[in-house]
Ligand binder design. Structure first.
Ligand code: ATP
Length: 497
């Protein structure tokens, strides 16, 4: 992760927000290359989902909506994470990410240890338990630790669990519900009637505008409404770079189905569609898995939720949630607004509330996933037999920020430069391309490898003196072939859509 974060900053993918003022935790800026990568991911999703299917339409709803939207959706009362304070250090933790275990020696509890969730929480707690036993010179057999998170701690245990900040017990508060919505005020009044929220998800826009979209007459069940946009959550502990931030972007779709439709089949189809789409932007099956939420932990209205998980360097984590939400959301809005949220079924001549399948993915989590899956450092041997390190980002051509880099072999040969610039201008009309004439060719290749450019083209003397063909160098194999302009355009057309 450290190498990747450094690369992102050095090459202009992602910067911490407001860095000259010391930064602001949980916010990030996308630099010149990052903004291209993110846009390509969004564009691929939109093209594949909205343009290339007949049953999905797009929407862009406002970020700030009527406060009653969030009362109806349950966010005002229930969009909370369990918060724990350390009264001494003033640190705040998410109780479900703070783990503890009693230290049990010869069957008796002799103290408690705690640790923040990590890839090896149990290992860290076990080591802490051994240290505690040694420091206090306690004799006897130490039992293996049984980690629990702080939401599972009994009230009398809270006082005995050490704070991760101080290592001492007595300063942690019992967990309490912390609402993650950012509040603001609309208009000149600052009283309670003017309170509004930055949306914590884009999905409610699709429910609130459901009737308006149906009334356009363009859609017939089953159909989906898709939206891409910013969401905001005042996360207690933003972490793992852009994985969990406070301002992020979501791509969500509500797929409305008949109340009697086979929701489980539809749910499965959407899980498969999402998995196939992830492959299409270059995420390998080896990094992906599915997690089915246990029935006992589902919200009462939910019929089933499956998360597509990605193996990040910091652990296997949720990338894309696909939830079968029944008719809960539309019914809630009907109840709170008084406006019926129903559709007329021609076949049965009946009105009913459709059910919904919701695939929801974070764009920033996708950006991080493609960067993590694509990043590699490898030893390569040059023509002279020297071994050197190359850093390469194996990004799919569909989403790579730069598709082709164009080099004249030498920058002081006007005929090479002119031909290279001509090709560059031609390609630029259709693709994001980059022109570079500085430094040795090998160095120029390395610079492109590091930012994930799939192909480099070098214009040399043969190009201008003979048949016009040039060298095409492929990023992953580093193979070089000679092709002409028609072949180059055909290649790009086939690989980038
Ligand atoms: P988590 O359990 O990781 O907090 P969630 O289950 O609350 O996520 P959803 O409400 O289902 O997430 O949101 C849909 C998607 O939005 C997630 O799968 C994730 O990709 C993305 N997402 C959610 N919260 C964040 C965040 N704080 N930063 C970046 N992306 C996020």
């Amino acid at each position: 992760m450290d190498a990747l974060v450094a690369l992102c900053k050095r090459r202009g993918f992602i910067f911490p927000s407001s860095e000259i003022y010391g930064g602001i935790n949980g916010f990030f800026d996308y630099g010149p290359l990052g903004v291209e990568l993110k846009k390509n991911i969004r564009d691929c999703w939109w093209r594949d989902l909205v343009h290339r299917r007949d049953d999905i339409v797009g929407l862009e709803s406002s970020i700030i909506m009527h406060a009653n939207v969030w009362r109806a959706s349950g966010h005002v009362d229930g969009f909370t994470d369990p918060l724990v304070d350390c009264k001494v250090s003033k640190q705040r933790y998410r109780a479900d990410q703070l783990f503890f275990a009693p230290v049990v020696v010869d069957g008796a509890t002799v103290g408690y240890v705690s640790a923040l969730e990590s890839e090896d929480t149990a290992g860290v707690l076990q080591a802490a338990a051994e240290t505690l036993k040694r420091k206090r010179a306690i004799q006897g057999a130490l039992a293996p630790v049984a980690p629990r998170d702080l939401t599972e701690a009994r009230p009398e245990e809270i006082a005995l669990i050490p704070s991760p900040a101080t290592g001492e017990p007595g300063s942690l508060t019992p967990p309490r519900a912390f609402n993650m919505m950012f509040e603001t005020h609309v208009g000149a009044m600052r009283d309670d009637s003017a309170v509004a929220y930055l949306r914590p998800e884009t999905a409610q826009g699709m429910f609130v505008d459901f009737k308006a979209v149906v009334d356009t007459g363009r859609v017939k069940l089953p159909f989906g409404i898709a939206q891409i946009g910013k969401s905001f959550r005042n996360e207690i502990t933003p972490r793992n770079f852009i994985f969990r931030s406070r301002e992020f972007e979501q791509m969500e779709m509500e797929y409305f189905i008949h109340e009697d439709a086979d929701w489980a089949k539809c749910h499965r189809e959407w899980i498969d569609w999402c998995t196939g789409w992830l492959h299409s932007i270059g995420l390998p099956a080896s990094h992906l898995s599915e997690y089915n939420h246990p029935a006992a932990k589902l919200a009462f209205y939910s019929r089933g939720t499956t998360d597509i998980m990605f193996r990040y360097p910091f652990g296997v984590q949720e990338l894309w949630g696909i939830a079968a939400r029944g008719d809960y959301d539309l019914k809630q809005h009907e109840k709170h607004s008084g406006v019926p949220q129903v559709i007329f079924d021609e076949a049965s001549k009946k009105k009913f509330t459709p059910h919904v399948i919701e695939p929801a993915v974070g764009v920033d989590r996708l950006v991080l996933a493609v960067l993590c899956a694509g990043y590699a450092e490898e030893d390569v041997t040059d023509d002279k037999g020297n071994v050197e390190k190359r850093t390469v980002l194996r990004l799919s051509p569909r989403i790579a920020p730069v598709k082709v880099a164009i080099f004249p072999l030498l920058k002081n040969k006007p005929e090479l430069v002119a031909r290279a610039r001509e090709l560059y201008r031609k390609l630029q009309r259709r693709y994001a391309v980059f022109y570079d004439e500085s430094g040795a060719i090998g160095r120029r290749y390395r610079r492109q490898d590091e930012i994930g450019t799939p192909w480099c083209v070098t214009i040399d003397f043969e190009t201008v003196e003979t048949d016009g063909r040039f060298t095409l160098r492929e990023r992953d194999s580093m193979q070089q072939t000679r092709i002409d302009e028609t072949q180059l355009f055909a290649l790009l057309d086939a690989q980038i859509d």
